[in-house]
Design a binder for this molecule. Structure first.
Ligand code: SME
Length: 159
């Protein structure tokens, strides 16, 4: 396991390509899901300086807070509630440029301005969502969606 991340300079595509390779090396040999999701959260937060990075896990009929990095967050989210609950319901990645304009957004932190939520899908079912929040407006675009989807597609094969 690598002991520290190598931070590369370059455009967002270059940084994502590098960090995804490093994440695969970091968690590839570990079988524990919580340990892996925790390190993925830390790697993304450390690399990009996002406000909050973490996972909500589907447990029974709710999303329950899982491994994360950042300020304390709400622990349970119902299907359809907020961006995370909507991503779960729609089985879709959601990019929000201004969270104040998203109907039903759950404001865990007043510092959060924009976010992206990506579902982890196994056998056509959402088993978790990756939630990334920024303290700036319009941080996320199709580049983030592309690489974070790639990451989540891979994560479901190893957790
Ligand atoms: N913003 C999320 C809630 C989770 S926190 O931001 C960590 C939402 O509306 O789904």
């Amino acid at each position: 396991m690598a002991e520290e991340l190598i931070q590369i300079l370059g455009n967002k595509e270059d940084v994502y390509s590098s960090i995804l390779l490093q994440i695969k090396a970091l968690v590839g040999d570990e079988k524990d899901s919580i340990a892996n999701l925790a390190n993925v959260s830390a790697a993304l937060k450390e690399t990009f300086g996002f406000l909050w990075v973490g996972f909500y896990l589907v447990k029974d009929d709710e999303l329950v807070l899982g491994p994360f990095q950042g300020p304390i967050a709400c622990t349970r989210i119902k299907m359809g509630r907020g961006v995370c609950g909507k991503s779960w319901e729609d089985v879709a990645t959601i990019v929000v440029a201004n969270v104040a304009e998203f109907p039903g957004h759950i404001a865990c932190s007043s510092a959060s301005k924009s976010e992206i939520v990506v579902p982890l899908i196994q056998d056509s079912k959402v088993i978790a969502v990756l939630d990334v929040d920024s303290d700036e407006f319009a941080t996320f675009d199709e580049v983030d969606a592309h690489y974070l989807n790639q990451l989540c597609e891979w994560l479901v094969t190893i957790i």
